[in-house]
Design a protein around this ligand. Structure first.
Ligand code: C2E
Ligand code: MG
Ligand code: MG
Length: 260
């Protein structure tokens, strides 16, 4: 599966290595709405690569490449560093929003990871509770015991941990209850267009997941909300936070600051 059609993998890896060094990565932020009080209380940081020739490259086109080339450690460190730098600016402006960052399987495998994150929090003077690290359900399941060790280290530092794309991996929530994570993000496939007809099974699935998650003390984020009726429905179902194009697309930090 070619990453970008007109380049071979080798020169792309070199491009990415150079891009990382030369500051070609950028973060866009997508707000999360608290459905209880209608406030933007959090944002998810999403990486893009501003490639000199290809323009703005979406993450799914280069994250797998970074993973293969052994660049995920550096990439994630850059993302967390940049997200916390922005978070410190928002804090200074009196805007206390938490920032979510996606981390990958290889980050969980590197032993010093929690220490690196702790050091970055200190450097930027951002309280640990304002950082949420998102780990996909599939990643957690691929190495449950290994993931649990790193997750426990992160939680001990006061960092929040979220299970991303939940439901797509067909794991039971009971299985994951052995992890003391704080947040569950329901996979977009169950959410987008939920209020349209013929979605009774997805509706039941979302309803019962929210109930079980709440019984386990987890907050639930619904992502992929693209219309008003779906937003209203998720609010009725008791979802805690909402994220999606209907609320806002991911945007550069400057655009977020103006809106809030
Ligand atoms: P994700 O973490 O599940 O992020 C949500 C994705 O859904 C984002 O795509 C976002 O733009 C998109 N999205 C949000 N609202 C809607 C909506 O209403 N409708 C639709 N159709 N899509 C919506 P994006 O930015 O292209 O990121 C894709 C994936 O790339 C992310 O999925 C995440 O797995 C990965 N990713 C992004 N940034 C990073 C990063 O810094 N590090 C790592 N390891 N992975 C990242
Ligand atoms: Mg995510
Ligand atoms: Mg997701």
């Amino acid at each position: 599966d070619p990453v970008l059609d007109d380049d071979d993998q080798w020169s792309l890896v070199e491009d990415l290595r150079r891009g990382l060094e030369e500051g070609q990565l950028v973060l866009h932020y997508q707000p999360q709405l608290n459905l209880q009080n209608d406030q933007i209380v959090a944002v998810e940081a999403l990486v893009r690569w501003s490639h000199p020739k290809h323009g703005l490259v979406p993450p799914l086109k280069f994250i797998p490449l970074a993973e293969e080339a052994g660049l995920m450690g550096r990439l994630t460190e850059w993302v967390i560093d940049e997200a916390l730098r922005q978070s410190a600016i928002w804090l200074e402006q009196g805007n206390e929003v938490s920032v979510s960052v996606n981390i990958s399987a290889s980050n969980l495998l590197s032993s010093g990871f929690a220490g690196v994150v702790d050091e970055l929090l200190r450097r930027h003077g951002v309280p640990a509770r304002l950082l949420v690290l998102e780990i996909t359900e599939t990643t957690v399941i691929s190495d449950f015991d290994g993931s649990k060790i790193v997750i426990d280290d992160l939680l001990a530092l006061g960092i929040e941990v979220s299970i991303d794309d939940f439901g797509a991996g067909f794991t039971s929530l009971a299985h994951l209850s052995g992890l003391s994570v704080r947040e569950l993000k329901l996979d977009r496939v169950f959410i987008t267009g939920l209020a349209a007809g013929g979605r009774e099974r997805d509706l039941q699935l979302v309803r019962s997941t929210v109930e079980l998650a709440h019984a386990l003390g987890l907050r639930v984020v619904a992502e992929g909300i693209e219309d008003g009726p779906t937003l209203a429905l998720l609010s009725t179902l008791g979802c805690d936070l909402a994220q999606g194009y209907f609320i806002s697309r991911p945007t550069p930090a400057a655009a977020c600051s103006h809106r809030s």
